[in-house]
Design a protein around this ligand. Sequence first.
Ligand SMILES: NC(=O)c1ccc[n+]([C@@H]2O[C@H](COP(=O)([O-])OP(=O)(O)OC[C@H]3O[C@@H](n4cnc5c(N)ncnc54)[C@H](OP(=O)(O)O)[C@@H]3O)[C@@H](O)[C@H]2O)c1
Length: 316
Amino acid sequence: MQAIVLRAFGGTDQMRIETVDTPKPAPGEVRLRVHHSGVNPADWKMREGLLVNMFEHEFPIIPGWEAAGEIDALGEGVGGFSIGDSVYAMCRKPTIQHGSYAQHVIFPADWGARAPRNWQPAEIASVPLAGLTAWQALFQHGDLQPGARVLIQGAAGGVGSFAIQMARHAGARVAASAGSRNQDYIRSLGAEHSIDYTLGNEAQQLAAWAPEGVDFLLDTVRSVNNVATYDLVKPGGTIVYITGAPDVEAANRRSLRLAYFMVEPNGAQLTRITRLIEAGGISAPAVTAIPWEEAGKAHQLSREGHVRGKLVLRIG
Ligand SMILES: NC(=O)c1ccc[n+]([C@@H]2O[C@H](COP(=O)([O-])OP(=O)(O)OC[C@H]3O[C@@H](n4cnc5c(N)ncnc54)[C@H](OP(=O)(O)O)[C@@H]3O)[C@@H](O)[C@H]2O)c1
């Protein structure tokens, strides 16, 4: 098969399409013929060697942590999937080595889920990693309750685009922050109050909607590094963050619960997301599909930090 291969950490020039062995699924695993692979900020961070303290890496590395396509081989003992099924998965393994920027990827069958029938193939690939991160942040690490007021920061990005909609669907009231050009976008996803962080007075903009602060803050933009963030949340409230270094004392002063997590593959949760999408509870984020020959360009765009929705690589 062909795959994008990285032989050392470094710039985008390190990513080259090469011919490598097609992987064979072990017992309990499935193999996907990959049509699209999502691009996440973790991909360029991994390429630059910034994740070495978090994961084992083994070169040569095929980047990519999520894929959408069709099952083309089943390992022994796999039930629930058949050859030809349209499936998607977050497929980051404990050792970073065999990723999804490839014509085929294997992963444990219970990481996969049947893909939504009502979305386009490139849209489907936008879901697994960002969708699971939003789900796990709100409902697994955050216990979001109906009626709660939630602020999603970084709302126009991959995680935020799903988090706004999932929080709304769970009955929460949602405020969201993004730059000026994304105000309409985050409102279109269901934010009832939008904050333009480029204006610099986030607390004032939030106070117009939640004078006492919000019950729940999802930070995707290292906002926990800034002490002013803690005043956006009501005493006793929750901050879930997925990047950054929190000020634990500032959180303690307001009796806030702080939760960090690293998203994990989870086919059962992804199946619930599929059902939600098919029921019309989530619309596709803005998706930009880029040919995989231009993966370097996709990494550069992601690294600039202003992707609206998701980037996906079209692998074919
Ligand atoms: N711990 C985990 O398991 C986990 C999982 C997924 C992601 N992450 C991390 O979480 C971060 C977000 O991931 P992502 O996939 O959502 O990234 P992304 O799609 O690249 O996010 C880009 C978005 O961030 C917005 N943004 C940038 N600065 C902002 C600010 N100061 N306030 C509000 N919005 C801002 C941009 O909007 P504008 O263009 O309007 O500025 C853009 O739409 C990344 O660092 C990623 O590595 C961690």
